[in-house]
Design a protein around this ligand. Sequence first.
Ligand code: NAI
Length: 337
Amino acid sequence: MPIEKLITKLDDREKYWRRIQGKTIGVVGYGNQGRSQALNMRDSGLNVVIGNPDDGYRKLAQEEGFKVFEISEAAKMSDIIFMLIPDEVQPEVFSKHITDNLKEGSTVVFASGYNYYYDLIPIPNFVDVLMIAPRMIGFGVRELYLKGKGFPALIAVGRDYTGEASEKLLALTDAVGALRPGGVAISSSFREETLLDLLSEHTWAGAMLYMFRAYYEVATELGASPEATILELYASGELAEIAESMKEQGLFKQLKNHSHTSQYGQLTRGPLVVNNGVKQLIKKIALEILDGTFAKEWTLEQQSGLVHYKSLHKISLEHPMERKEEELYRLLGRAIR
Ligand code: NAI
């Protein structure tokens, strides 16, 4: 069944829900997404059990009224399994605890495209594979549900073994709360989700951190105080306000909230920084996501004990700006880790 590109509500809800009603949903993991999605699905009327190792998350799930089992047990008793543990531990957990407990015709649901797109989890060919990837942190997924609101999610069928995968996908998207008012499901693919997710992380998100560092170095070299610089960049909260305006009004339409001098400066100097060379670099980074170059590098890094990753973290915290930030945050009474 082809899925429309943008779905904001299910017209014939019954048609889709009959695919999941009476089924046991096993949510593996009770962290950011696991807790929120499990609570939402339970409140939507589904029978949800949790699979989790013996840790604080398991305890929380029990306190919140769920039956919690070892992951292999949960997989055995479930018809639909949500993989809501960190992406990097999923391949091992899946092959050790889930693969041998899958029934023919059951369903595996991912919240990100990564492992399936890169073929890092061999999934038996007799199950359906779905993706419901919220464009929302776990906390928001629950908060919005409690307010009767939806959230954006990229959804996809990876494999349709039963011929019912699309109907199950839409019903489950509804059950986790994405299709409540204000929410939207975008018919996507594991490839698209992986590309968009990683490309954000590899370009503007990472670049912003290092751009702010470079700005700090230049501004303080030119006599600006560290405190004023850090407040200007992000500590004042203005940045969060601008992000909120982008969400509500639009990327460029929010410019009108700024002074004319600011608008002129942004429109003339912005393109000097993000020039054609930068666009070529974004393309190169995107292609290295799609062809698996980054994923291979990250897998190797994990296998070799995260040496480079840890050293990058360490170096990033040795910058003089970190100490100045701590002093400022202490003065402002903010949490310091
Ligand atoms: P998380 O880091 O909050 O997961 C914690 C849970 O995983 C706990 O229940 C913990 O017991 C379990 N866990 C951790 N290590 C384990 C191991 N070795 N074996 C078994 N269980 C283990 O995970 P999060 O952030 O909720 O991510 C889950 C999925 O959702 C991922 O695929 C992620 O890409 C996706 N996602 C996450 C978003 C977020 O808001 N964090 C947003 C959208 C998608």
